[in-house]
Design a protein around this ligand. Sequence first.
Ligand SMILES: [Zn+2]
Length: 531
Amino acid sequence: MARERLYLFDTTLRDGAQMNGVDFTLADKLVIARMLDELGIDYIEAGYPGANPTDTNFFAERRPMQSRLTAFGMTRRPGRSASNDPGLVALLDAKADAICFVAKAWDYHVRVALETTEEEMLASVRDSVRAAKAKGREVLLDCEHFFDGYKAKPAFALACAKAAYDEGARWVVLCDTNGGTLPHEVERIVGEVCAKIPGDHVGIHAHNDTEQAVANSFAAVRAGARQIQGTLNGLGERCGNANLVSIIPTLKLKPEYDDKFEISVSNEALGRLAHVSHALDELLNRAADRHAPYVGESAFATKAGIHASAIMKEPATYEHVAPERVGNKRKLLVSDQAGRSNVLAELDRIGLAIDKNDPRVLRLLDEVKEREATGYAYEAADASFDLLARRLLGQLPHYFDVEKFDVNVEQRNNAKGERITVSQAVVKLKVGDDEFISVAEGIGPVNALDLALRKDLGKYQSFITGLELTDYRVRILNGGTQAVTRVLIESTDETGDRWTTVGVSPNIIDASFQALMDSIVYKLVKSGAPA
Ligand SMILES: [Zn+2]
């Protein structure tokens, strides 16, 4: 049986950009748009031309893509004609394939926020759709507050959607703008709308205020809607928008949806999904959510030993889908609860072949348990585990020695008489017979130490140029008689891989130093630096 086409509409660059702390430059927007295009998204809503210079510039020229580039904006203002509304004119001139208008579908908002009449709102929708069609654009209408509006006055909410559809809009999109609608309500209301407007012209735009934006999107599809709007990583105002990174794999990997619907994302593109998700976090300079469904580092991580031995025999026992399908990987946590099978599986994953009866397996397990008792956390620090295992198996090259380091924090007045704190680090290290002394200033002592350590590694310098620290976490642990500090450092490099290292000590600088060293050594191993 032929599958029905289901369309994906991404609004990371428009609604997603409403999120606190998100501020895309034009260059960022172009990078993300390219990523979305390669992923195979049908529509990319890239911004609101006329609202700010970045969005105006984005749409100032044609940007050829497979995806349909969509410009967002208001319908004509009440009491004006379409040609006499500068905002609308700018939107119509935008170099976009499609235009997505927004109109209020809640009578209360029309009265209170727009201070106009329902009739005038409907006329504004009709005029705007007609003007955009005349310009040769594909037209969408976001019916803002549709669900609240429908509950308050169904006839007006429907009339709003119907006005756009009758005028020739390709899609009317039902928006749960405040994000408070529940899945069973969405399913009922979308079902009622689809009795009046064919479902292959109806879209859903859900916000995540009750943590159900993804569920609401699927509820709408079950009721007949055939376009899903959302954002990468669920970016968006308040609690975010529906997360396309969760929606896409569910559509492709769950027979419930895959048997019925075809989407424009290929299996091959699906295999890059985890990378796309992490690349966006990278661009936003924030740590990836370890527990994100499908793509998080922990999404396929198993802890207890008994589960690990079952997973090695038959992955389907504890995995709802195969991690490789979305570009993720299986991870068996090595922790004090772990048995031999976890250690073996982890050694297998990092490519260290060893016989399962080799006595070194148990020695490694003992070592992990001993160190975890003092505060190390290897389940979070995969790269430090990797190095520990290599050291024990005699497979870790000796690259360099740090002969000594010195970190100095000074508070004083600067030339302007302002109070400032300056950190400086001096590192003396030995690579073969060569000695290197590096000095660096940093925004804090750890930053200074990191910069000094990485400043000059002699013949190894070229192997670590792409190394970057992306996250630094500190915990004070109260074990035994004295408190110790655990530092976890997350790093990345030019290939987009990320890894975590750990250090533990009563002294925070010392703990940081261990984690920094592990990160550098791991990068050297990974880059194949010769001993
Ligand atoms: Zn929204």
